[in-house]
Design a binder for this molecule. Structure first.
Ligand code: BGC
Length: 751
């Protein structure tokens, strides 16, 4: 039996324990600043961050700058990573996902670490989390930013329900080189279209408040000029003028900043001799000082350590110093900052103030995401959000809107819904994985509706004769016989050709961008049967399909349509949906024409067939196979009554441009009315035309609509020789058209 403790001793003990506890609480960093109030939320956040910074150790600060790659298949953090969380040495992860996995890791951060700063889970939610939407290049073909905004918002709902608070999207790199596999991840070749889609996607992911449980923080990536990679080879050198940076590569990033994008990611490439991840000009001068961006900049995957391989850093410490001093805040996967930061500070090579600034960016993001108030996700919602049937309905609708009808001779399409024998042939027709393209988030192959499934829904499985013909690389013609037999015994054939899903995306450059292997041979053999056939293309870049363009009766560019691919393709093939998309990128005739884009400069010797000494090739036309902005419909449209008013403005004025679009065909359909501009005479050369507006309209047969665009200072301005943005006096030409070629033309004058 133990002896009773005297009352005075008990009081003294209790007081000592209380004092110790109070001391311990003082020593443990925690969120102790005043709560945010409605009238000063930002000030309150900054005060809280000041408070954190005053109490964190240098090692804990460096921990916030570290991001590690969780186990991809399971979405869980590994034991060594959880240990770093316990020690306050890990601020964020990528690929960690799933409500259970993220909540479990969060519990370690909040209950087992001395630091108690919530972890941040990021993931590449590029075109969907569980429900996969069309690849971004496909979605841009819709010329419908509202569709992109909606798909991003659905992706955000699903991702956040699964514990992911930060996506590495949108990719807003523009490129004029379709050999570059990452063209599939962006909105194509045009800076204006790219800017509109950039803003739409940022808004879709983030909404007005990304602390909400159905929103995520977005990332503008890859900063910058990644699409300028020489020869289209991924990760290659980029050497680009400041004019090209500012006129072409920057605008979609600037649009993201204006839309409130939460974070930026650096690109792997160098920009004019200095790798982007260590480039103070783009990171500090432009992004921070000129644009006032105040969120964190994350490096791309191991890009800081790669500074050594670039040859600008001698070792890890050198790489860390260069990156942080240049303005990169978070290190993805490599650990040069975490492992060398203390030494660099001790040696005076990195100031603690610079580290504090980087940590401030990270904590600011965590506050803005609401992670301090709501660090966990409600696991009971996850399954229902991820399987919401409305998401699939939107995926089908948006995929339908993303398809582009490249050719349709003699009304080969739409196919009659009464066909009794339809052959379905081609390597991609029944391949679930290939329907989704690159970066499928947490999408499941088994959820995907293939084109075979989609056509069987319409025609019945007994009436669809499927034969693959060859696999996607199509190195063997061994299966052609079966395919041809299926075609011969059918009334019509659907031939699905294109690239395997992983022939575009990261590290997937091609030196020739034609149909893989023997696919064209298969197509020629099908054509030779004399049966009616149509071609569906699935690919992540423009293809040089000269033969098909000349011979196939009809071609639908479907890109990679996503989870609902098969239903959406069937909707378009059978005319339930009019293919109203337009190309966001030029299709070259041959690889040698690359870079080929609609907004070229006039040169001093523009192409003249009658004059050898003009800008052209000896062996191929100057024109593209299909121009930017091109796409047919099952109906026909006419543009008329262009008006421009006023005819004369001053440099700060604006012009209104209107035209009437009429559906002159017999079916309802969609047209994208496009506005192009040219500054006729300027102090610096200007493109032959530049997109400055567009509007997708749906019209019943016989119906018409007046479409009006407004052009103001930003649309008319150029960068003069000294880099100033000015509107110069003189004549401007406008075209209202249905592609980047031709159209109604008028002009106005700036005085
Ligand atoms: C890609 C990024 C991506 C990152 C994380 C890199 O290889 O370039 O676009 O966000 O990996 O997965």
């Amino acid at each position: 039996m133990s002896r009773p403790v005297p009352i005075r001793l008990r009081i003294a003990l209790a007081a000592a324990v209380a004092a110790l506890l109070a001391l311990a609480l003082l020593l443990i960093p925690r969120d102790s600043a005043p709560p945010a109030t409605a009238d000063n939320p930002n000030d309150a956040i900054e005060a809280r961050i000041d408070d954190w910074l005053s109490r964190m150790t240098l090692q804990q600060k460096l921990g916030q700058l570290q991001q590690l790659d969780a186990d991809f298949p399971s979405g869980r953090l590994r034991d060594d990573q959880l240990q770093l969380v316990r020690e306050g040495r890990l601020g964020s992860t990528l690929n960690g996902r799933g409500a259970a996995a993220t909540n479990a890791a969060q519990r370690v951060a909040l209950e087992e670490s001395s630091l108690r700063i919530p972890l941040l889970f990021s993931f590449d939610v590029i075109h969907g989390y569980r429900t996969v939407f069309p690849v971004p290049l496909g979605e841009a073909s819709s010329w419908d930013p509202a569709a992109a905004e909606l798909s991003a918002s659905i992706a955000a709902q699903e991702a956040r329900a699964a514990g992911v608070a930060w996506t590495f999207a949108p990719m807003v790199d523009v490129t004029r080189d379709p050999r570059w596999g990452r063209i599939v991840e962006g909105a194509g070749e045009d800076s204006y279209l790219g800017s509109v889609f950039s803003a739409a996607r940022v808004h879709g992911f983030q909404g007005d408040d990304y602390s909400r449980p159905d929103r995520v923080a977005a990332t503008a990536k890859h900063w910058v000029a990644y699409g300028g990679t020489e020869a289209g080879r991924d990760y290659n050198t980029v050497d680009v003028s400041d004019r090209r940076l500012r006129e072409f590569y920057f605008p979609p990033f600037r649009a993201a900043v204006d839309a409130g994008v939460a974070t930026f990611m650096t690109s792997f490439n160098e920009v004019n001799g200095v790798p982007a991840t260590a480039n103070p000009y783009v990171l500090r001068d432009v992004l921070r000082r000129e644009w006032g961006f105040d969120g964190p900049v994350v490096s791309d995957y191991t890009a800081i350590r790669e500074l050594i391989i670039h040859g600008v850093a001698a070792d890890d410490a050198d790489a860390a110093q260069l990156a942080v001093n240049a303005g990169t805040d978070i290190e993805m996967v490599s650990r040069t900052i975490a492992e060398n930061g203390e030494r660099l500070v001790a040696e005076g090579k990195l100031s603690e103030a610079t580290i504090d600034e980087a940590v401030r960016h990270v904590l600011r993001l965590k506050y803005r995401l609401g992670l301090f108030d709501r660090p966990y996700v409600d696991a009971s919602r996850e399954a229902a959000v991820l399987s919401d049937p409305q998401h699939r309905r939107e995926a089908r609708r948006i995929a339908g809107r993303s398809m582009v009808l490249l050719k349709n001779d003699g009304g080969a399409l739409p196919l009659s819904r009464d066909l009794r024998k339809v052959a379905l042939v081609g390597p991609l027709a029944d391949s679930q994985v290939d329907m989704m393209g690159t970066w499928i988030g947490d999408g499941k192959e088994s959820d995907v509706v293939t084109i075979r499934d989609g056509l069987e829904q319409v025609y019945g499985s007994r009436n669809v004769r499927y034969a693959q013909g060859c696999d996607a690389p199509c190195r063997s013609s061994g299966g052609f016989g079966n395919a041809l037999a299926a075609v011969r015994s059918s009334q019509a054939a659907v031939v699905v050709l294109g690239e395997p899903w992983d022939w575009s995306g990261e590290a997937s450059a091609r030196s020739r961008i034609d149909l893989p292997g023997k696919q064209e041979q298969l197509l020629k053999a099908i054509a030779a049967t004399g049966k009616p056939y149509v071609v569906v293309l699935m690919n992540g870049r423009p293809l040089t399909i000269d033969w098909a363009a000349r011979h196939a009766p009809a071609i639908v560019e479907a890109w990679y349509p996503g989870s609902e691919a098969g239903n959406a393709v069937a909707d378009v093939l059978t005319g339930k949906v009019d293919p109203g998309g337009k190309l966001p990128v030029t299709f070259p005739r041959s690889t040698g024409q690359i870079p080929i884009h609609y907004d070229e400069k006039p040169t001093g010797r523009p192409f003249d067939p009658a004059n050898k000494y003009t800008s052209k090739y000896l062996d191929v036309d100057n024109t593209p196979l299909y121009p930017f902005g091109f796409g047919l419909s099952y109906t026909r449209f006419a543009l008329s009554d262009l008006s421009v008013s006023p005819g004369t403005i001053d440099a700060d004025g604006s012009v209104s441009v209107s035209a009437t679009v009429r559906n002159v065909g017999r079916r309802a359909g969609d047209e994208v009315v496009q506005l192009y501009l040219r500054d006729r005479v300027a102090s610096v050369t200007r493109p032959v035309r530049s997109l400055r507006g567009f509007s997708r309209v749906t019209l019943q047969p016989g119906a018409s609509q007046r479409v009006t665009f407004r052009l103001d200072r930003d649309d008319l301005a150029l960068l003069d020789a000294s880099g100033r943005s000015v509107v110069e006096p003189g004549a401007f030409t406008v075209w209202v058209s249905n592609s980047s070629v031709g159209g109604l033309e008028a002009s106005f004058t700036v005085e």
